[in-house]
Design a protein. Structure first.
Length: 601
């Protein structure tokens, strides 16, 4: 083996690692964070957690990434340790998919079908399709993501072939053969496998490197087996590093990952080599191949999961013993915003988490205005305090979400996620302002209560009608925001115009009552504050709806949106406005007085 072979091997390894990373990122983008987000919702049963962990890891091609996300879930309080253990087990099973995919490089034979299965036969075609998709796609799109996946796979396979070809000459190298024989010592082989995986932070990649070395013919199963065992231990380093500085439960989740692989490895090695003393497994002296490595890798991880699954609760207890609570047990605080820096490693998933938190924020904002309107009409100290607490929580949502989204904006996001980020980032300030106005309404209600003031029957009826419209526009806005429903969002603006009209009518009626001495100036000032606050609530709802409409249409100029209406669209808008006016009737004060005079006459 000369210097050119060494350079070729290094180049092949670089391509292999880059291809794996590119394919994993493309698959993650295609999933759009949906698969990962399921982890936090469907993990109540351990068997589902195992299957989900395996499925997600198979898609994103990294058990390390899955376990890091689990650490983030536990750290944020989204997931309990008893739920995390199942996902960690499943992640170890899911990572074996990569080794099976890489085993295709070892296919041999003159049969046409077998030749077509070899990566060297179909990778160039996949690469050509991938580059065409990437170059013909406009900006970030699903088409570009698919192209990235295909290119990543082709580069991965080409790197694997390059590594295998570059080391094939080592078959006749006596020094290399002696080195491989040294690794047949189970303890030494495990150390080498663990160190290699810890350095490159990927068990899939280290298994791939081992599969490439099989091309020399000098790697026997007696060497490969302990190295594979060590690789499973080495992959735990990523989650352990990720848990540094996290909560005790998050660190325990990382320890569960370590204990699962450590206990599984010890059991496998003890049983296997004990049996070998009596049975003498002949295959250990045979040269390993890529498919055989995949078989051993899969058997170990599936077997460890089956054996340790019934003892999942004991793994949790072991982690708790390793990292005890100490003198003062960590108090479980009420979770508000569940965002973790670890999620930024998977941008698509991080955006999905942000969307979920923003939806919760929107629901809380709607709840705060609903309770505030109830307090306005019927003062209740307990409900008023609830609005104050909600306002504080919503403020925290805006601060944490805003800061997190700014960090996320520097990551590589798909077009859909970029649009979603823009909508979320622009909308959270409007949602926060809605809760501020809910607070203003509560303060006005407290003034009424302290001064023993109350609305006249007519004014109260008008406020009830306006409150109904405000609740309806908040419901419509939050629903369109949570579902990213552009069609529903178009119905917000006509209702906002109606609320503007209702506010003007209520003001005119108040002035009429004031002139006739039926209302006081002080009461009028409070009413003005209430109307101003409610009008601004509808304005913020309108802002959120316009963000959904214009950004989804790739038109970021909200001010020009209504100017672009066609005559038909304007007619539809006016028709909806007229219908809504009938739904929220406000009778003029002069009409009320005339009716009363007729009844008296």
């Amino acid at each position: 083996m000369n210097i050119f072979n060494v350079l070729s091997m290094i180049g092949g390894l670089a391509l292999f690692l880059y291809g794996m990373n590119t394919m994993g990122n493309g698959l993650s983008k295609m999933a759009g964070g949906k698969l990962e987000s399921i982890l936090e919702k469907l993990t109540t049963k351990k068997i589902f957690a195992v299957l989900l962990g395996a499925g997600v890891t198979a898609v994103i091609q990294s058990s390390s990434a899955t376990t890091v996300m689990v650490v983030g879930f536990v750290n944020s309080g989204i997931m309990k340790l008893t739920q995390a253990v199942g996902i960690i087990m499943g992640a170890n099973v899911g990572t074996t998919i990569t080794s099976w995919m890489l085993s295709l490089t070892g296919i041999q034979g003159d049969n046409l079908f077998l030749q077509l299965l070899k990566p060297s036969s179909f990778s160039p075609v996949i690469a050509a399709i991938g580059i065409i998709l990437v170059m013909t796609s406009k900006g970030e799109s699903r088409k570009k993501d698919i192209g990235g996946i295909l290119l990543g796979f082709a580069i991965l396979m080409f790197g694997m072939e390059t590594m295998s070809d570059s080391v094939s000459g080592l078959a006749s190298n006596e020094s290399f053969t002696q080195l491989m024989l040294a690794f047949s010592n189970p303890f030494l082989g495990m150390i080498v496998g663990a160190l290699l995986t810890a350095v490159i932070q990927s068990s899939s990649a280290s298994v791939g490197i081992l599969q490439a070395l099989c091309a020399t013919g000098a790697v026997h199963y007696s060497v490969a087996l302990p190295i594979i065992m060590g690789q499973n231990i080495g992959t735990c380093v990523t989650s352990i590093i990720s848990s540094i500085g996290a909560t005790k439960n998050a660190r325990r989740a990382a320890m569960i990952h370590l204990y699962f692989n450590l206990i599984g490895t010890v059991l496998f090695m003890v049983v296997f080599y004990a049996l070998n003393m009596f049975i003498d497994f002949a295959f250990l002296d045979e040269s390993a191949n890529a498919a055989g490595i995949a078989v051993v890798h899969s058997l170990f991880n599936i077997g460890a999961t089956i054996i340790l699954y019934p003892f999942s609760n004991q793994l949790v207890k072991l982690a708790e013993l390793t990292i005890p609570d100490g003198k003062y047990k960590e108090e479980e605080t009420e979770r508000t915003v569940a965002l973790d820096e670890r999620f930024l490693e998977r941008p698509a998933f991080a955006m999905e988490v942000c969307r979920g938190e923003a939806r919760e924020m929107a629901k809380l904002a709607k709840k705060s205005i609903k309770i505030a309107l109830e307090v306005l009409l019927n003062y209740d100290k307990e409900k008023a305090d609830k609005v104050v607490k909600l306002e504080s929580v919503i403020d925290e949502y805006e601060d944490v979400l805003g800061s997190y989204l700014v960090k996320l904006s520097g990551e590589n996001l798909s077009l859909t996620d970029s649009q979603s980020m823009s909508i979320t980032l622009h909308s959270i300030s409007d949602l926060e302002r809605i809760s501020d106005h809910a607070m203003d309404i509560v303060l006005a209600s407290e003034k009424l209560n302290e001064k023993n003031l109350s609305f006249t029957p007519n004014a109260r009826q008008e406020i009830e009608t306006l409150s109904r419209a405000i609740n309806d526009i908040c419901d419509l806005t939050v629903e369109s925001f949570c579902k990213n429903d552009q069609n529903k969002a178009t119905h917000v603006e006509p209702l906002e115009e109606v609320i503007e009209t209702l506010s003007q009518k209520i003001k005119k009626n108040h002035i009429s009552r004031l002139k006739k001495g039926k209302c006081t100036v002080e009461m009028g000032l409070i009413l003005e504050d209430v109307l101003s606050g409610l009008k601004r609530v509808s304005d913020h709802c309108s802002n959120v709806a316009l963000e959904i409409i214009t950004i989804s249409d790739n038109d970021y100029n909200t001010h020009e949106y209504f100017k672009s209406f066609s005559s038909e669209e304007r007619e539809e808008f006016n028709s909806e406005y007229d219908e809504l006016l009938k739904k929220y009737p406000i009778i003029k004060q002069d009409t009320i007085d005339s009716t009363k005079q007729l009844q008296q006459g």
